[in-house]
Design a protein around this ligand. Structure first.
Ligand SMILES: [Zn+2]
Ligand SMILES: [Zn+2]
Ligand SMILES: [Zn+2]
Ligand SMILES: [Zn+2]
Length: 304
């Protein structure tokens, strides 16, 4: 359809968490595009659960990689629209990638009709977003759905046993009690841990400021740029959306970002060249849930 041929503007990508942009700018209600940190979920309904966010190879939880705010201006039901990419960062798999799409009309149960304020909120509340307004609990480690709860304090929620163990080692062991104060201290230590982890994006941001289009290339319906002649997907390699529509290219993550992540964040075993995300040409609205889309990974080869 014609709509597929109209490239929309490149969304501004905000990098990191806390260090790069004030925390409030990266929360859901600001509709951020960002790399790293925790996912800023668009809709609170139908979040992908631990099973959908588990690595198909090693079964450990996938890590949030980035998200893009990519509304479709000519579609009333996609006034807000987000794409979230997750990957496995545990060697040796590191190949597993999943991408989810969610969209909302302008009038919805989650956000005001008017655009968000450019002013910071008065007080810094719930900066860790461990519980959504709907009451849904999120994992303290990764910010994804947290259906498991610490059996001792019944306050700390987790997506998985893996993250519960990780959090226990990071300090929940000391502060796991029934006291709210101890839990507060515990959350502080997680916040510090997270901002330290994302400080690495400081350097990267300065680098890409010169050529921001180098990390992400956006254009719904345009062609992907491949970095190698090998492993280029054919049309038959891109599965149709469950709604029946074909999927079209929407954006790609460029080697510069991946190399950066590879070196400093995700471990040495990742060797992606580029990641290309293909989404439903109709951007179908399958209820309120997060719809899985398709991601193609093209590696660098030695011959490059
Ligand atoms: Zn894995
Ligand atoms: Zn988790
Ligand atoms: Zn506990
Ligand atoms: Zn579809």
């Amino acid at each position: 359809m014609a709509s597929a041929e109209v490239p929309t503007p490149v969304p501004v990508v905000e990098l990191g968490f806390a260090v790069e942009a004030p925390g409030w700018r990266l929360r859901s209600e600001q509709f951020p595009s960002k790399v790293g940190g925790r996912p800023a979920w668009l809709s609170e309904c139908g979040l992908p659960g631990p099973a959908e966010l588990a690595c198909p190879l090693c079964r450990r939880p996938l890590a949030f990689l980035l998200q893009l705010y990519a509304p479709l201006p000519d579609r009333a039901d996609a006034f807000h629209r987000s794409l979230l990419v997750f990957c496995c960062r545990e060697p040796p798999c590191c190949a597993a990638l999943r991408v989810f799409r969610n969209q909302l009309p302008r009038k919805n149960d989650h956000y005001p009709y008017e655009p968000p304020s450019e002013e910071p909120p008065d007080e810094e509340d719930d900066s860790l977003s461990l519980q959504l307004r709907s009451g849904v609990h999120l994992c303290r480690v990764c910010g994804c759905l947290g259906p498991k709860v610490c059996s001792k304090c019944h306050k700390a929620h987790y997506c998985s046993k893996d993250h519960q163990i990780l959090d226990w080692k990071l300090g929940h062991k000391q502060s796991c009690t029934t006291s709210d104060e101890a839990l507060e201290a515990d959350l502080d230590s997680i916040a510090k841990h997270e901002s330290r982890e994302d400080e690495i994006f400081q350097k990267f941001k300065t680098q890409i400021a010169l050529e921001p289009d180098q990390i992400l290339r956006y254009g719904r319906g345009i062609d992907a740029i491949w970095i190698s002649g090998e492993n280029i997907p054919q049309e038959r390699d891109i599965p149709n959306c469950p709604c029946g529509a074909r999927r079209i290219f929407e954006f790609q993550v460029m080697p510069q970002l991946l190399n950066y992540l590879k070196a400093d964040r995700l471990g040495k075993s990742i060797d992606w060249g580029t990641l290309a995300v293909f989404t439903c040409a109709e951007s179908c609205n399958l209820g309120t849930k997060y719809t899985e889309e398709f991601i193609w990974k093209q590696d660098f080869t030695d011959t490059n």
